[in-house]
Design a protein around this ligand. Structure first.
Ligand code: G4F
Length: 364
């Protein structure tokens, strides 16, 4: 694709490294940690990137109540350490030097910063009201990126990304939890999937489309922040209905609501106004909601049996830490014959990228 991509990995004997090598064998790896300033400076010195994409975070919102301080350190202060590493390695002094440095920086900001929204849809001028330690930490990273742009003239931008999904999504997030649940039920491994708030609404898009937007953002003449989303919002209940229908199942036979997954403070409804990205970047999403959900259900249905058969029971790591009043609502289920649907895209398709540049990505 014209890019030489480096990924940042942390920790001793990190088991994800082997998985990463299987998925994207051509990505080169460099060791560093967002908690360790010196290691980040060394990584930037070694790779000499043209572009740095900071996708690293403790990104599972319920986890941010359980480990609020660590979330602040990684998701918030990690942005500061990465920007400082770029600033130091670029030789940018403490005084403003417009256009200083060659390294372009992308920060993964999030629609969670809007939280309890004051207007809908949300655009780049919508005020922030985050509802979780994760959202608060992301607001810090967002404003810090803007501040380094204004203070040092660095090419540093934020993409305010609404929820973006794919067959590679972690199993703790609701889209993948549902697609895996559907696959397990369809294949006869399980009968139920336990979920929290079905009335929350999200603007869900395809991750590959959003990666394309990130690349466009770093290719502009002037740095600027952009909202990235589809402009179409659906409830969790609609997601569930669409996913079960794609497999020929009725969700009401299989979905159990469980207060363990209700959050202490919820973001009720998010919807993007991405008109700035459309007008200035020429960006538009290519994959719609139904196609995305069918892609994820298909991919999980075709996983090797060992992967699909794993238990999806709530664990301390994926249940919300909020109050747990009452008992779970458990409804009797029954099996239905299954219908298979193919999507036009291969599962896990990678986003396209052009040019001939070195990109470093930080993912946690
Ligand atoms: O899939 P979710 O966990 O995603 P959430 O909280 O919107 O955050 C994701 O998107 C953000 C925006 O891009 C990112 F910044 C963030 O890092 C992450 O990638 O939950 C979506 C909705 C919530 O309202 C939640 O309460 O689904 C509701 N939900 C209902 N039952 C559930 C469940 N969420 C999860 N994870 N598990 C459930 O059982």
């Amino acid at each position: 694709m014209g890019y030489e991509v480096w990924g940042l990995v942390r920790g001793q004997g990190n088991p994800r490294v082997r998985h990463l090598r299987q998925l994207v064998g051509d990505v080169r790896l460099v060791r560093a940690d967002l908690l360790d300033q010196g290691s980040l400076i060394s990584a930037v010195e070694r790779v000499q990137p043209d572009e740095v994409y900071n996708l690293a975070a403790i990104s599972y919102v319920p986890m941010s109540w359980q480990q609020a301080e660590l979330t602040g350190e990684v998701t918030g202060l990690g942005v500061l350490r990465l920007l400082e590493a770029i600033r130091v390695c670029s030789g940018i002094s403490a005084s403003r030097s417009p256009g200083g440095g060659q390294i372009r920086f992308y920060q993964a900001s999030t629609s969670e910063m809007f939280g309890q929204v004051s207007e809908s849809p949300q655009n780049e001028r919508t005020p922030f009201h985050p509802r979780s330690p994760y959202g608060v930490a992301k607001v810090y990273g967002h404003f810090l990126t803007q501040n380094y742009r204004e203070s040092y003239g660095m090419y540093a931008v934020s993409g305010i990304m609404f929820n973006h999904e794919s067959p590679r999504r972690g199993a703790e997030f609701v889209t993948r939890k549902v697609s895996l649940g559907v696959a397990r039920i369809k294949l006869g491994y399980e009968r139920k999937v336990r979920l929290g708030n079905l009335s929350a609404s999200r603007d869900w898009g395809y991750a590959g489309d959003y990666v394309r937007a990130m690349q466009f953002m770093l290719a502009q003449d002037a740095p600027s922040d952009y909202v990235i989303g589809t402009g179409v919002t659906h409830s969790v209940e609609k997601l569930v209905d669409t996913a079960f229908s794609a497999a020929g199942l009725n969700w009401r036979d299989h979905v159990v609501t469980d207060t363990a997954f209700i959050r202490p403070a919820e973001v009720d409804r998010l919807c993007a106004d991405a008109s700035k990205a459309r007008d200035e970047l020429g960006w538009e999403p290519k994959i719609g909601f139904e196609e995305l959900v069918a892609m994820m259900v298909d991919a999980d249905t075709e996983l090797p049996p060992a992967a699909t058969a794993r238990s999806s029971r709530p664990s301390p790591g994926n249940a919300a830490p909020g109050p747990r009043p009452g008992r779970p609502d458990v409804r009797p289920g029954r099996r239905r014959p299954c219908r298979s649907r193919r999507s036009g895209l291969p599962p896990g398709r990678r986003a396209g990228a052009g040019g001939s540049r070195r990109a470093g990505t930080a993912g946690r």
